[in-house]
Ligand binder design. Sequence first.
Ligand code: ADP
Ligand code: MG
Ligand code: ZN
Length: 631
Amino acid sequence: MEMDDHKRRRNLILYVLIAILVYMVLSTVLFPNIKTGGMEVEDVTYSQLLKDLDRKKVDEIRYTTDDAQALYTLKGEEKKAYRTTTMPTDVDLTNRIEEAGAELKVTIPEQDSGMWLYLLITFAPIIIFMLLGWWLNRRMKKAMSEDNPSMDFSGGGFGGFGGGNLGKSGARIVASKDVGVTFKDVAGQEEAKESLKEVVDFLENPKRYEDIGAKLPRGALLVGPPGTGKTLLAKAVAGEAGVPFFSISGSEFVEMFVGRGAAKVRDLFKQAKEKAPCIVFIDEIDTIGKKRDGGGFSGNDEREQTLNQLLTEMDGFDNQKGIVVLAATNRPDSLDAALLRPGRFDRRVPVELPDLAGRKAILELHSKDVKTQPPIDLTAIARSTPGASGADLANIINEGALRAVRLGKTRATQEDFEESVEVVIAGQQRKSTVLSDHEKQVVAYHEIGHAIVAARQKGSAPVTKITIVPRTSGALGYTMQVEEDERFLTTKQEVLDKLAVYCGGRAAEELIFGEMTTGAANDIEQATKLARNMITRFGMSEEFGMMALGTVQNAYLNQDTSLTCAPGTAERVDAAVLKLISEAHERAMQLLKENKFKLHELAHYLYKKETITGEEFMNLLSRENPLMPKA
Ligand code: ADP
Ligand code: MG
Ligand code: ZN
């Protein structure tokens, strides 16, 4: 388990609080005011002392030479002491004390027996702090290694307190046998595994490569969308080769203190050289490896220094030793070109979203340890999750198992997994949202509107499920469509059909209720994005043809497109987008008008049942409607 910052901070606060508490308790209970031995002390004037001496009431005087203080007790008063702080050093006083029959104790500081106590008081808290820090650190290490034997507690946080550790990089050092991940644990991703096998082979037999004079890439960059298994693959390489795995995340480099990032890099590589052959893995390298700006006050000096240090280190090590630097990112387009030069991360390993077969393999792998109730059809689940990452799929299996437990079952069923697909895609069912009767009707017509438009067009994916049970994501209902096979290309007609399906919900509301609701917000957003892409990226408009009008900013994240055309052109693009959407809306409306009876019938059915399958929908749709006039 990785210890996140939050937890670390919480522990630190706790630990400081405990230390302060211990100090306070110790200093009040164990060491009450030492000089007075726990007695009540009253400050008095020097003349008061003289008076008390004259009356022969003084029992004992303790006189400290260095601060001209005297502390004295009176006869018959055990619990009380008097203190005077302005003692003149006169010989006469000594005589008077003798005359008064009081006992005089003079303390010369060097021989002060209290000195040890003073020292103890001064240093005890520090010692306690250090012991406590050490103890907590050890406990945490132990807890973490019990949690997950493959990871060592990364230093830096607490470890820094005891000294010694301050300059360490905090890279997690893991013995190879503990990585516990091999290629077997990565499903799909065959191409990625194939190109990483060479790295494994190199780490296993560096001699073979050396003999023939081949240089292996020092670094490989794993690029792909989040959750596709990049981190997993890097670990698997170390696991396969049986070499140590140093892992650090780019964000860990960028720290508060200037110069720490670069020092970390230096330290990381120093450790790596000692343990070679090994793998150094830098996760989220884009945090440090962003393109450097051309100077000026970037305010990001720290990051730049770290990056420079990394480049220096990568050039510096002689690769006969067998250090392979792997890095992962989901923003390859933002990386500094210097990182991608030969001799650095010159090899790119794409780790893409899994296709149908890949998704099935991942689902199979993750459901291996889950007790299931046959029949289980993972192909169906894989088919209904295009665009899902490996992490999403792992999550779907786990959510399914959790649902089974929630329902008091001992085995997960197909239904559990199907429901969890929806949970992962659309959010948890929210039974507590109470829609008014009218709202429920509107949502039912809206969803059936989508479904009928989809069913009545050739290029639309079949409807597999329609529901008006609200979701925690805010959706009040949705219509699920699943392509029959994996799609890599979409024709213009199919895109147009899809646009019409998006418009179908709103069109149904208008047709039946003659009003508009806010429920179509998401449809509108999707439709607009699609229409804009048709024009600016897919070259599907007559007006602009194959002219690229935008560039994709972030291929692996949200595919944001930014326009690269003149402002005048942008206006025409907007007009063309509007036209596409209006036409799609028109088409949807037309289809719904033609199927108005079916719309009523199906909406009523959905209203009553709340969730219907694609099969039910198609049966009802193709059934002859007794209300409908014969064609
Ligand atoms: P990334 O680093 O690409 O964001 P991770 O490697 O952290 O993704 O993957 C997150 C989790 O998703 C993994 O721990 C694993 O459980 C699951 N996962 C992702 N891809 C795969 C895959 N190809 N095979 C098996 N599990 C996968
Ligand atoms: Mg990752
Ligand atoms: Zn809708």
